[in-house]
Design a protein around this ligand. Structure first.
Ligand code: HEM
Length: 598
């Protein structure tokens, strides 16, 4: 492994900025010297100083004017118009940043953006501190970005810069040839359903369910979000690397109000340290992307991800080195498979080391897929359990399907999973209302146009390098796409006439796994893992409920939410998002064991 960069990421950013910003000042200084040399006339110090000081704002003002002029001309040239703009009240529209951050920290998910859609339409410009961003929830625009004009829209340099210290050059963070290379390496592994995956899901599910039962028997609540994140972490590390981090081996946490909790001061073990560090690194990069280029100033002295990433790498590096050693040894013995397809029971790492022994490529690839697979799947299962607690009828109906198709104790098979229509409907409905990746961004690599959300309007111009934030979360709740009951949790919409009326007629209104060439590689794996776990859970428990008293005090929805329309008014927890969706403060539940049914 190459050592991680020691220079804080704010330093090169500032150095680049200073070089650009100081050019006019340097020109003024050199010009004043030349003036003196050629014409023997010394410009007054006050004049030169004023010129130097004013050069930076003048340069910026000129740059902005020139940019606006270019944008108007280029838009006219392409026969397009500019989108409506959300105008702020302060210099640089700084108040809009405050508004967005205030909602991000204290409001309901997506409100900061959604607020303005009624007034400005489903694609608008929010320029903050002279940096232009577009935001959209329009299915046609999202389809254009992700699929129709895929080659023109990238993750972009700004995203890569903010994510780089964690994601490196992995598949999530790459564009162009680098992305194609990663995708080409990884895709064959995901082609097939593997029996070995079901075996490992079963082992980890059994352990988790036993731990949950122990807690419920003692009358304690369980934070299902924490518990399921351990299940997905253990499953992912085992199927990816062949070595499980064993986070389920350590104790589950107790609720703040549990009599046991105050007496419990434990040192976190390796698995917990890994899981925490892994989450912390993701929180940091998520905050960077919220702050735009501003984040560099917060990291002038230190890279905030360095410490957590050290913990993550302590786990990952020996596993990678061991895999490379194993592969080399088997090559020497002439045993290595040079077949590019993945073998039935090999891990993703086994598959990748046959294609490259570059430890940095392997490191980034494994870490990216670990991030891609763990939190997304855990989030979806967390919200599925949350919704089943809110809607006991859905729980009952799903449990009846489980008992009818699989039975009370049998291990589910691929055929079981495929045949369970209501289970698929519950998962899809969860992904619709609570998509694990609720917000995302793409950047055009050249000046281009997008469809106008108003079908009669002209196309909308987008300057090169303008980040286009799109919200799947908000799009999945639009009444014009899903009908008047769009905000209602109703799995039947995937089974009755509404399926054809809405989704089949316009499939891009539902893209929890993204779409187009960059569609999620692990979609089938995720459906298998989530289905398997839910079947096991419902075989073992006959009822589930939220334990709201266990919810930390600051993690309860503010009382004023109760009078809001739609899902916001029904929330018993606070959904939040870093890169992925999560429940703030955890999802505290109690369940009744199936055997204990009266
Ligand atoms: C419910 C579970 C999951 C959801 C909702 C989900 C969603 C997504 C989304 C929205 C993206 C696109 C991100 C972007 O381009 O910005 C993505 C990409 C990806 N996902 Fe998933 N994912 C899930 C599970 C998994 C699992 C289990 C794996 C692997 C085992 C996985 C592997 C990947 C990979 C490798 C990519 C990158 C694809 C690329 O950029 O070409 N995902 N996923």
């Amino acid at each position: 492994m190459l050592p991680r960069k020691k220079i804080p990421p704010g330093v090169p950013f500032l150095a680049r900025r200073l070089v650009v910003d100081l050019i006019p000042a340097a020109i003024i200084l050199v010009a004043s010297r030349l003036f003196d040399f050629i014409f023997h006339f010394k410009l007054p110090v006050v004049t030169v100083t004023a010129g130097v000081v004013l050069s930076v704002p003048t340069l910026y003002a000129l740059h902005i004017k020139l940019y606006q002029w270019h944008v108007r001309r280029a838009a006219a040239h392409l026969g397009a118009v500019l989108p409506p703009r959300w105008k702020g009240r302060s210099i640089g529209d700084r108040d809009l940043l405050d508004h967005v951050l205030e909602h991000y920290n204290n409001g309901y998910l997506g409100e900061g953006i959604w607020d303005k859609m009624g007034e400005l339409g489903y694609l608008y410009d929010v320029t903050i501190m002279w940096g232009t961003n577009y935001v959209t929830t329009d299915a046609n625009v999202i389809k254009t970005i992700l699929a129709m004009e895929f080659a023109e829209f990238e993750k972009g340099e700004e995203f890569r810069d903010a994510m780089g210290t964690v994601l490196g050059s992995g598949v999530f963070n790459a564009d162009g040839d680098m992305w194609k290379f990663h995708r080409m390496m990884t895709r064959p592994y995901f082609y097939r359903d593997r029996i070995s995956h079901f075996e490992l899901f079963d082992r980890h599910a059994a352990l988790l369910i036993k731990k949950m039962k122990d807690r419920f028997q003692g009358g304690h609540a369980v934070d299902f979000q924490d518990a399921i994140a351990r299940f997905t972490l253990d499953s992912a590390t085992e199927f990816l690397c062949g070595k499980c981090v064993d986070s389920l081996e350590s104790d589950l946490p107790y609720a703040h109000n549990d009599a046991v909790a105050p007496n419990l001061v434990r040192k976190p073990n390796v698995a917990e340290r890994f899981a925490r560090a892994f989450t912390e690194a993701q929180l940091i990069i998520a905050m960077r992307s919220q702050l735009g280029w501003f984040w560099h100033f917060q990291e002038l002295l230190r890279d905030k991800t360095a410490e957590p990433m050290q913990v993550v790498d302590q786990f990952l590096t020996p596993i990678l080195e061991e895999a490379i050693r194993r592969n080399r040894a088997s090559r020497v013995k002439g045993m290595a498979s040079h077949v590019k397809d993945a073998d039935e029971d090999e891990t993703l790492l086994d598959h990748l080391v046959k294609l490259t022994n570059n430890s940095n490529v392997l490191h980034d690839e494994m870490l990216n897929i670990l991030i891609a697979s763990r939190d997304t799947t855990a989030a979806t299962l967390t919200f599925a359990v949350y919704l089943m607690c809110l809607y006991p009828d859905v729980f009952k109906r799903l449990r009846a399907e489980v008992l009818e198709r699989v039975g009370p104790t049998q291990v589910p098979t691929f055929d079981d999973v495929r045949s369970m229509k209501y289970l698929r409907a519950v998962i899809n409905e969860t992904l619709r209302l609570y998509p694990a990746v609720p917000f995302n961004v793409r950047v055009p690599n050249r000046d281009t146009t997008l469809p106008n959300p108003d079908p009669n309007g002209p196309r909308i111009f987008v300057p090169a390098q303008t980040p286009i934030g799109y919200s799947v979360f908000l799009m999945h709740r639009r009444k014009d796409y899903w009908g008047p009951d769009a905000e209602k949790f109703d799995p039947d919409r995937w089974l009755d006439e509404r399926l054809n009326k809405y989704f089949t007629a316009n499939p891009f209104i539902f893209v929890p796994f993204n779409a187009g060439p960059r569609i999620c590689l692990g979609q089938q794996f995720a459906y298998n893992e989530m289905s398997f776990f839910l079947i096991r859970l419902l075989q073992n428990f006959s009822a589930m409920e939220l334990d709201l008293s266990a919810q930390p005090l600051d993690a309860r929805p503010p009382p004023e939410w109760a009078s809001a329309d739609g899902q916001k008014g029904k929330e018993k927890v606070i959904p939040k998002s870093h890169l992925t969706l999560y429940v703030y403060g955890g999802l505290w539940v109690k369940m009744t064991e199936a055997e204990k049914e009266t």
